[in-house]
Design a protein around this ligand. Structure first.
Ligand SMILES: C[S@@+](CC[C@H](N)C(=O)[O-])C[C@H]1O[C@@H](n2cnc3c(N)ncnc32)[C@H](O)[C@@H]1O
Length: 220
């Protein structure tokens, strides 16, 4: 099946995406620096870009930068005075991302904060960020419930919150799973189920990156 999903992704990308030398360079730079290829796929990146545009997002928060591939997609959706803050634990990933973001010409719009996201999140207020209108959670999945709580703390009515990789090859449906990432995804879904400040759903996806999915919601 994975071949078919990959072929279909290739067809969509060659039909609907312009050739993009910057993003090709980003993936190459990530590969050369030895970063794992766990960035969103091109169609998922463009999906995030379109959602941020639909929202008219001016303030975006991302948790989990890697080499900045998804940051660049979402950063491109920002207006002139827009800002994206992205949180990354690894100094090395952040350095590669910094180079990529500069190459994309987005260094004035995208700020990287290095360190454990749970330490960076409380500091955003001191940096002048009181709320965000679009939040993408894509870091260590075991901390997803904490990230949702922080995302809500930095939300206002209408804020869009998206979490990546919640399907995990279907393992999310296994309530006995011992995989901490599956448990983190399930804890996130369980929190959302009880959260009356949000309307949410989850979508399964297949493609060049396999079988996974997003959870997404809007703050009431
Ligand atoms: C799936 S990758 C992010 C992919 C990126 N959003 C993209 O699509 O291009 C997850 C990233 O989260 C980072 N990470 C893991 N634990 C973290 C933590 N506690 N705080 C901040 N970042 C963390 C990892 O180092 C990795 O770079």
């Amino acid at each position: 099946m994975r071949d078919i999903w990959g072929n279909v992704d290739e067809y969509f990308i060659s039909s609907l995406h312009q050739q993009d030398r910057v993003l090709e360079h980003v993936l190459q730079a990530n590969h050369e620096a030895g970063l794992p290829a766990i960035d969103v796929s091109p169609t998922q990146g463009k999906f995030l870009y379109l959602l941020a545009k639909l929202k008219g997002a001016k303030r975006i928060l991302e948790i989990g930068t890697l080499g900045g591939y998804s940051s660049i997609w979402m950063g491109r959706a920002l207006p002139e005075d827009g800002k994206l803050v992205t949180l990354e634990y690894s100094q090395k990933h952040a350095e590669v991302a910094r180079g990529n973001i500069k190459k994309a010409g987005l260094e004035t719009k995208i700020e990287i904060m290095v360190g454990p996201a749970l330490e960076s999140l409380p500091m955003l207020k001191d940096k002048g960020y009181s709320s965000f209108d679009f939040i993408f959670i894509d870091a260590d999945k075991s901390n997803n419930p904490h990230y949702l709580k922080w995302a809500l703390a930095y939300s206002e009515p209408g804020t869009v919150i998206i979490g990546d990789n919640v399907v995990r090859n279907g393992r999310v449906a296994d309530q006995k799973s011992e995989d901490v990432s599956v448990q983190g995804s399930r804890a996130l879904i369980d929190l959302l189920a009880k959260e009356n400040r949000m309307e949410a759903t989850a979508l399964q996806t297949v493609g060049s990156k396999g079988y996974d999915g997003f959870v997404m919601g809007i703050v009431k």
